[in-house]
Design a protein around this ligand. Structure first.
Ligand SMILES: NC(=O)c1ccc[n+]([C@@H]2O[C@H](COP(=O)([O-])OP(=O)(O)OC[C@H]3O[C@@H](n4cnc5c(N)ncnc54)[C@H](OP(=O)(O)O)[C@@H]3O)[C@@H](O)[C@H]2O)c1
Length: 206
């Protein structure tokens, strides 16, 4: 079955964006993108680059991991504000929102109902894994459906911002098993965790 993978850049203190939610990776931003980070992304996850970035970098590789991307309305609006109605034209693209009304792009599916139900349907279909791009609030809504967590961990702390699971996440501990890791010279780490399955103690009677 296809997996839902929360593939996300995070600071050491667990934030995915600064307090105002704006893009922090620009030239004057607090979250610069090291060269080796980008090289690893292009080599391993080329499908996660937005269309304009792929064009600018000459990336044409389809990628092996994802064919579908799901994002929350506030994350989607960052692309919209930059004039992009579909930042990932090379992927099947779904946006979750109760307020958008209709999709600004015929290629982007608006999920106005329960995102958990829609993700469960997607998981039943054939295909590659489903990339949950964020943000934190949607990740909290889909918390129980996330099979894999891939953190692109930046050697930065920011003290405050939008947490990995948003500002309204509830206390719900889960265990994760580290299955892959790449630590780069810049200090960035790509860490892959699979949701740990609960162990069941079985007592066999004599
Ligand atoms: N570090 C990274 O790799 C990365 C990646 C992506 C995003 N980000 C950052 O994440 C921030 C945005 O995250 P966020 O937590 O503020 O917002 P978000 O999760 O992107 O979007 C939240 C919106 O999604 C919709 N939504 C979420 N759960 C829903 C549910 N159960 N049912 C229906 N709709 C639901 C709602 O839209 P409506 O209000 O329209 O109903 C909600 O307001 C941005 O600052 C962005 O830069 C960082």
């Amino acid at each position: 079955m296809r997996k839902l993978v929360y593939f996300i850049a995070a600071t050491l203190d667990g934030f995915i964006a600064g307090p105002d939610g704006s893009d922090p990776s620009g030239p004057d931003g607090f979250w610069p993108i090291p060269e080796d980070y980008l090289e690893h992304l292009i080599a391993e996850y080329p499908e996660t680059l937005p269309g304009p970035a792929r064009a600018a970098l000459g990336v044409t590789a389809e990628g092996t991991r994802f064919d579908t991307v799901v994002e929350g309305r506030r994350s989607y609006e960052i692309g919209l504000d930059a004039g992009l109605t579909d930042a990932y034209p090379h992927l099947r693209h779904l946006v979750v929102s109760r307020t958008l009304g209709e999709s600004p792009d015929p290629a982007v599916e608006l999920v106005a109902g329960d995102p958990v139900a829609r993700v469960r349907e997607l998981k039943q279909e054939d295909g590659k894994d489903i990339w949950l791009v964020g943000g934190g609030e949607l990740a909290a809504s889909l918390y129980g459906e996330i099979d894999t967590l891939i953190l692109k961990l930046s050697p930065t702390t920011i003290g405050a911002g939008i947490p990995l699971f948003g500002r309204k996440a509830v206390f719900e501990p889960a265990a994760w098993t580290l299955t892959d890791h790449t630590v780069l010279a810049s200090g960035t780490a790509y860490l892959t965790y699979e949701r740990a399955t609960a162990t069941v103690a079985v007592t066999v009677a004599d």
